[in-house]
Structure formats: C-alpha cells, structure tokens
Design a protein around this ligand. Structure first.
Ligand SMILES: [Mg+2]
Length: 381
C-alpha cells in the first residue's frame, strides 16, 4: 500500500472505529478508491527541448562550442510533478532529435505505482540500446517524483551524510594565457580547479595558472595524449605542481598503455570516456585508479548509485561529474556526492539561462538542501 493510501485508510479506520462502521464498509471504500486511482493516477511524462547558453566558448581537445542542447522532462503522478533533464554534448552522439524520438516511445501511462522504480527503469532501459541521456531524463524525473511522494531528498533515502559532500572543482577550458588567468579569477569561490589539457600547450596552461593561483588542480586530458611515455613524464611533472589526479589521459582503446601508466604514475588515473554504465566498471579494475560517474553517461541516478557502490567495493576512487546541465541534473547528481572522493559538478555554473534553483556551492563545497526529491524548484522556462 502506498504511503498516502496508508494515511487515507488509517484515518478511515480511525473514523470507522469512532462511528462503529464495519470493516466491509472500509473494504468498499478501498475498492472504490482503487478504481479511481486506476483511472486518474497513472504516470504521465511530458518533455520539451531547451538550449543552454554557455557563458564562455568551451574548448576541449575534441572541439569548441557556445551552446548545449538539453531536453527537460516532467513526470506527474496524482498531481505531484518530478523534474528531469537530458543534456547532450555533441561528442556523446545524442541530440534533440534522438532524445525526443526515444521519449516518444516511452509509455509511462502503463504504470500506476511510481514506487516500482526497478521495474519502470528496466522497461526504460529495454526500449533501445544506448540513448543514456534520454534514459537519464526519465530516471531523474522519476527519482524527483518519488522523493516528493515520500517527502524526503534522495541523499536521505540513500542514508548518506550531507556533511560528507566533497568540494566541487571549477573547470577552466583551454584558452589563451590572458583568458585562462581571467577564468581563474572568476573561479575564486572554488577551492579546486579542473583544467583541460591535451592540445599541445599542457605545461603552458598549468604554468599560467600557477602564476596566479596555488589551488589544487584536477587535470582532464580528454584522451588527448597518445604516447604513454609522454603521459608518464607529464604525470611526474604534474605531481610537483599540486595536481590531484589525471582524468582520461589517453584514448580509451589504448588499454594496455593506460594500465601501464596507472601502475607507474605517481598520480591517480581516472576513467571518464572509458566508463559509461554499470557493465563497464568491472572491466576497469587494474586499468584505472577510479571512475568518473556522470548521470548522462550511465542513464541516471539509479545506475550512478550502483556504479559508485560497485567501484568502492572494488577499492576504486569515485568521482561524480557532469555535462553542461541546468541545476536539475546537477542537483540530482549532487544527491550521490557524499559517496564520492571528488566532484566536478559545475555544469550549471557555466550557463546563463538556468531554469531551476537547486543545490548550491558554499565555500567551495557542495551543499545539499532538505527539499524532497532532487532538491530543486522551477524558476523559469
Ligand atoms: Mg572528462
């Protein structure tokens, strides 16, 4: 029996005791109510495309862009709405078109119990292979909805301590020394910087930052180094520059080279492009020191939670990352963050048209709120 039904029937029972009505009267009420529930309380999914505007041109080893397409979802049950989001950076192969096509195939109205999350998400996963951002948009909306029905945020439902959230890093893209210095100045509220390398000016980027900041830095190469000896040499050089770890130093298919680097590197080596969803985690033991979990890669909060627990059980480091996203998907990922050694949840800070109010960064640290679900409210669309 669902919580609100339990409350309803508990009060009916109390009423029956007072008035002396029989149990058959209550049964009749339950049957009638169930008939009504079946008619009005199936799950309903709505969605619409949205374009995120970036504050700065964003440059990675794979290219530059000024906007990111997303799709915003809304799942409704019994008058309560949960919100979700799919973010589709071009390099992952999903687009407005593919996500909208996937979502048009989703029939949520067949479900009238939102608490059957494993069944619902298995149905979503089985609609087609891939489409992980589209799947995440349904998963996040369902989590938000269920959290709201229960009246608790997800970090509470998972039993996680909000005091254990990590600092988030703030990303500095590849750019000219002047722009890099300006971005470092803008990152003043954050205690950890994340720097994109892999375009041939690696040392210049780090040295430029070190002229203006001594904050710890996470380095993300986005598969940009091809030679393992160069990667190891850079790892030693970076170790002396107060770098925390190196993310995806080489192409994910150079498995032996990466395993060799991880064995010899003085810095942890973290998988990003090499890890997508749950099935990938087992294969990475001994090749990487840890994994970067992102909701848009793995299909949402359910898979991300399982991946984090699996990695920790395998004695691997856990990082929670993001794409360029609104506060919707960022706040959803933040619910997991007490499980992570490191977090890179700055995607909402890089855009100028966020449409939700969610988790905040306070003194550089992810700060969860007690709003039920994923902790957001809609501000504009
Ligand atoms: Mg990365």
């Amino acid at each position: 029996m669902k919580k609100r039904e339990f409350i309803k029937y508990s009060s009916l029972l109390a009423g029956a005791m007072i008035t002396g009505n029989t149990v058959s009267c209550i049964n009749e009420s339950m049957k009638k109510s169930n008939r009504i529930n079946k008619r009005v309380s199936s799950l309903k999914l709505k969605y619409k495309p949205y374009e995120l505007q970036l504050k700065h041109v964003f440059t990675l080893a794979s290219g530059s862009r000024t906007t990111t397409p997303v799709v915003l979802t809304e799942m409704e049950y019994d008058g309560i709405k949960g919100y979700g989001e799919a973010s589709m950076p071009p390099y992952l192969g999903e687009s407005h078109e593919t996500v909208l096509k996937f979502l048009s195939r989703v029939n949520m109205e067949q479900f009238n119990d939102p608490f059957l999350m494993e069944d619902i998400l298995l149905y979503i996963d089985n609609i087609s292979p891939g489409n992980y951002a589209a799947k995440a948009s349904v998963d996040i909306a369902l989590h938000d909805l269920v959290g709201k029905l229960v009246g608790k945020p997800w970090f509470r439902l998972w039993g996680l301590d909000p005091a254990k959230t990590p600092d988030t890093s703030f990303t500095i893209g590849i750019d000219t020394p002047e722009v890099v210095k300006q971005k470092v100045a803008e990152a003043e509220p954050y205690k950890v910087l994340k720097v994109k390398l892999g375009l041939g000016n690696d040392k210049e980027m780090i040295e430029t930052i070190r002229t203006v900041s001594d904050k710890p830095i996470c380095v993300d190469v986005n598969q940009g180094w091809k030679d393992k000896n160069y990667a190891l040499e850079m790892s030693h050089w970076l170790k002396d520059k107060n770098i925390i770890f190196i993310e995806q130093p080489m192409p994910k298919n150079q498995v032996d080279d990466i395993a060799w680097l991880t064995q010899n590197s003085p810095l942890p080596v973290i998988a990003d492009e090499a890890v997508q969803t749950i099935g990938d985690v087992l294969n990475l033991k001994g090749i990487y020191s840890g994994i970067n979990i992102k909701l848009m890669k793995c299909g949402g909060m359910n898979a991300a939670y399982k991946m984090a627990q699996m990695a920790k059980a395998m004695d691997m480091k856990v990082m929670i990352g993001c794409m360029t996203e609104t506060s919707c998907a960022i706040s959803a990922a933040a619910q997991l963050s007490p499980l992570a050694h490191w977090a890179d949840l700055d995607g909402n800070l890089l855009i100028s048209n966020d449409c939700y109010d969610g988790i905040i960064i306070s003194d550089g640290k992810i700060t969860l709120n007690e709003r039920p679900g994923i902790g957001i409210i809609e501000i504009k669309k």
